[in-house]
Design a protein around this ligand. Sequence first.
Ligand SMILES: NC(=O)c1ccc[n+]([C@@H]2O[C@H](COP(=O)([O-])OP(=O)(O)OC[C@H]3O[C@@H](n4cnc5c(N)ncnc54)[C@H](OP(=O)(O)O)[C@@H]3O)[C@@H](O)[C@H]2O)c1
Length: 272
Amino acid sequence: MLQNETVTVIGAGNIGRALIGGLIEGHEFEPAQLRATRRTETALKALQKDFPGISTTSDNPAAVQGATMVILAVKPQNFAGVIEEIKDNVHPETLVISVLAGITTHTLEEAFGQKIPVVRTMPNTPAIVDEAASAITGGQFAKSKHLELAKHIFQAVGTVEVVPEYMMDAITGLSGSGPAYVYMFIESLTDAGVKQGLPRLTAFRLASQTVYGAAKLVRDTGKHPAILRDEVTTPGGTAIAAVAELEAHGIRTMLINAVATASERSAELSGE
Ligand SMILES: NC(=O)c1ccc[n+]([C@@H]2O[C@H](COP(=O)([O-])OP(=O)(O)OC[C@H]3O[C@@H](n4cnc5c(N)ncnc54)[C@H](OP(=O)(O)O)[C@@H]3O)[C@@H](O)[C@H]2O)c1
């Protein structure tokens, strides 16, 4: 379907290489259609080894030359320098997709200094196992075909929501940063099992599979989480005793406040 596209990933680190992997495994692209850049020579060799047939280089301007899509996947602090390097090699037909947290489409358009289609995205690290929750939004020059293309790319590594840009800070707080909260939950649940006398590895496997299974059940059935919780809580039983304890410690307020703080921080970092 995307045989006419050439995609350059600038900064093929965690997120960038997850996208490359997802696109190759999903047979969306032939490896020859993909180019990846990093500064470190050994890292480029590793990319070549993991994804035979892709082109790799540390030369960003050359990598962008002739590409139909450019995915910016460097850290936000590196974006201005990178755009300065490549801006003369992109043109108004090049789709620029950014995963840069907190950098608005307006800032990106300004940095390129031309009317190029920009799609801003917020994936999360489960992209590495093709289970990302991504949100995407288009800049002022992005048409529906550009959003469709970007959606296609991110669907290769998970699910995609198309949203208006004002939601991006909230999404950064919820799903962009969300895996961190879930890892803390798994770690705590593991410690809880250890406290009850379980071997650590057994507790860890049970805790992580419980989180994975519960998430899959809620996602696949579409049932409200409160209904699924009710199904586990036998009257006078064990689960309701634990639920009461969690409620007493304000688990809901804690999460609501955590996401609010992360969203505020995202807005602060974007400086808008
Ligand atoms: N991690 C997350 O949870 C997450 C979630 C959503 C969005 N994001 C966004 O995704 C972006 C990347 O995050 P990440 O976690 O994938 O970071 P990362 O693993 O550090 O990847 C960034 C890569 O950029 C490369 N790089 C830096 N400067 C470069 C340059 N001038 N030219 C070419 N490559 C360059 C680095 O490799 P070398 O040092 O070898 O050059 C590095 O591998 C960030 O903007 C972040 O905001 C991350």
